[in-house]
Design a protein around this ligand. Structure first.
Ligand code: FAD
Ligand code: UDP
Length: 425
């Protein structure tokens, strides 16, 4: 798994003085290492909470976590609605990973409820499995192909592409244009406000194609939901006595008031630098939540609507949470250009703009940028946890290096003082 880290080297103190003077960039406000906080963490989502937990529990640091929202958990926050149903206000979050390290780490803070997500797509008046599998093709075309025959079917439909560059290429080169039009083109245009031909291949490549009847949305080794919900898991991560949490607080309001030595920043990277090179595009969503007066609504967790309606998908939370309740809660997702930044938009020109911000970030050694918005990557939750754990290891190595240098300084000055005492004697 790519941890998305930049190779930040420890710098000499002279260099440090030079960079912390960058205009508009907050400077550490703690003097002399007494009182205040070792680390100010901006954002209480996965990136911020993992780092806060690690720094507090492993390096005994005093950590202040600030979030401008009224809750912890970032976009993975969940809560009980007025009807007592557990919902995900920022859209359905399903945990899945191939990383035993990530799963073991999070398992310290939660028990799990095994859950394998299934999605149907509403196409031509039918509900068919997505990712495309043997049943999808047989139902859409009224065929009864076997898995072997399906491979030949795809080969006949597939368009030859010298290079796979866009999100259109990925799909048409594998399953052909008709399935692309039925399942991917409309959904992607709605979700991103762009044609798949304008998006990096990585976007639609998230959804595999199968020739068997496996109808799970994810194929990862670990697929489960936090048994008592995400917010409980975050509460447990942030429960360390060295961690203080301040909600409803934009970091800019306190950054010069509270003493801190290092910052971990997990918000949008362009906002940190006051959009000095222009805004990075982030795609947003409006969530239409509803409670329905019935115990069940749809047969699977999510139904996708690639070609009809302004929304992309509808999720019924009880499938994800396993909650027993006489009512049920659903959410429809309406993509928008404006609103909270939810999705970095993967395309070359945005990556080029991000690189300019990344170069700025590299020049600020007292701030560590981590997470989906701060590294402008379309990361899943497990990838953010992996990135945060890798970042912590790097921070710990730097801490140990600094401690060793201090130790060496202390030994040198003790030796110098012994020598001068001996000379004086
Ligand atoms: P965030 O969760 O965005 O946290 C950043 C925090 O920083 C926010 O709480 C924000 O309020 C705070 N912040 C920003 N600026 C400031 C400021 N100036 N001052 C103070 N605080 C600030 N991943 C999966 O693995 N599975 C899924 O099923 C899944 N579904 C998703 C569905 C949707 C609709 C979305 C949008 C994302 C989904 N994800 C999913 C991705 C997942 O949400 C992210 O990978 C993860 O939450 C990112 O964590 P983060 O800490 O990097 O960022
Ligand atoms: N996608 C699609 N049709 C679908 C499902 C996905 O076209 O039925 C495309 C769409 O571009 C989407 C991308 O594949 O944004 C990634 O899908 P995923 O379900 O991973 O999106 P997320 O859950 O991150 O919103």
């Amino acid at each position: 798994m790519d941890d998305g880290l930049r190779g930040k080297k420890p710098r000499s103190s002279g260099e440090y003085e030079a960079v912390i003077g960058t205009p508009g960039v907050p400077r550490p406000t703690r003097r002399g290492g007494q009182g205040g906080f070792d680390t100010l963490v901006v954002g209480a989502g996965f990136a911020g909470s993992v780092l806060a937990e690690r720094l507090a529990s492993q390096l005994n640091q005093r950590v202040l976590v600030v979030d401008k929202r009224p809750h912890i958990g970032g976009n993975a926050f969940d809560r009980y609605n007025d009807d007592g149903l557990l919902i995900h206000p920022y859209g359905p979050h399903i945990f899945h990973t191939n990383s035993a390290e990530v799963f073991d780490y999070l398992s310290r803070f939660t028990r799990w409820r095994p859950y394998q997500h299934r999605v149907l797509a509403s196409v031509d008046g039918q509900l068919v499995p997505i990712p495309i599998n043997l049943d999808t093709v047989n139902r859409l075309y009224g065929l009864s192909l076997t898995a072997f025959e399906l491979e030949d079917f795809f080969a006949r439909q597939a368009e030859k592409k010298a290079r796979i560059e866009t999100s259109e290429d990925v799909v048409v080169a594998r399953v052909g244009r008709d399935l692309y039009n039925k399942l991917f083109r409309g959904y992607t245009r709605k979700q991103w406000g762009l044609d798949p031909s304008e998006l990096d291949a990585s976007v639609t490549a998230r959804v595999p194609t199968r020739t068997n009847r496996d109808d799970r949305y994810f194929a990862d080794t670990f697929q489960a939901m936090p048994a008592a919900g995400y917010t409980r898991m975050f509460e447990s991560m942030l429960a360390h006595p060295n961690i203080h949490v301040m909600l409803n607080t934009d970091y800019r309001d306190i950054v010069n008031l509270v003493p801190w030595s290092h910052m971990v920043y997990t918000g949008p990277v362009d906002a940190f630098f006051d959009h000095r090179y222009g805004k990075l595009p982030y795609r947003s969503l409006d969530f239409a939540h509803q409670t329905l007066p019935q115990s069940n609504y749809q047969s699977v967790g999510t139904v996708n609507y690639p070609n009809d309606y302004a929304y992309t998908r509808c999720t019924e939370f009880k499938h994800l949470t396993g909650q027993q309740h006489p009512l049920t809660a659903i959410v429809h997702e309406y993509p928008t250009a404006d609103g909270d930044p939810y999705y970095p938009v993967p395309r070359a020109e945005n990556q080029a703009l991000y690189r300019r911000y990344e170069a700025e970030a590299d020049r600020v050694p007292h701030v560590t940028f981590v997470g989906r918005l701060a590294s402008y990557r379309y990361y899943n939750m497990d990838q953010v946890v992996a990135q945060a754990l890798a970042t912590f290891k790097r921070m710990r190595a730097q801490h140990e290096q600094a401690q060793a240098a201090l130790q060496l300084d202390a030994t040198d000055s003790a030796a110098a003082s012994d020598a001068s005492t001996a000379l004086a004697g």
